[in-house]
Design a protein around this ligand. Structure first.
Ligand SMILES: [Cu+2]
Length: 120
């Protein structure tokens, strides 16, 4: 009986040590963590603070530094058209994969306001 208790105690100590040193301790899976991406729009391109993110929730913060109105569309969602110096936030949930983004105003995408974002 004493031997069983001893084994249980040692097992509990082992589990505690494992949890303390485990790289998983306290870390949330990437899918549950939102990534923020700053997006600057101008004639005729987008500048992204990052072009990849862990899959899951991605928050795109758009600012229009151009003179014309621009928007930002990705993953089936888009921002309103923004005037100069206006901002908008677009939250999308992305699975692993590549996601094209564009400005939907006139022919802006053709002129260069497009790209591909990758969720890993
Ligand atoms: Cu545009």
């Amino acid at each position: 009986m004493k031997r069983i208790v001893l084994l249980l105690v040692m097992g509990a100590i082992g589990a505690a040590i494992f949890l303390a040193v485990s790289p998983f301790a306290g870390a949330r899976p990437s899918a549950a963590t939102a990534t923020t991406v700053k997006v600057t729009a101008k004639e005729y391109k987008f500048i992204l603070s990052r072009k990849t993110a862990p899959h899951g929730k991605v928050i795109f913060k758009l600012v229009n530094k151009g003179a014309l109105k621009h928007d930002f569309k990705i993953g089936g969602k888009k921002t309103p058209q923004l005037a100069h110096n206006k901002t908008a936030t677009l939250t999308v949930t992305l699975k692993k994969g590549k996601f094209p983004y564009i400005c939907t105003v006139d022919s802006h995408a053709k002129f260069g306001m497009k790209g591909t974002f990758r969720a890993t």
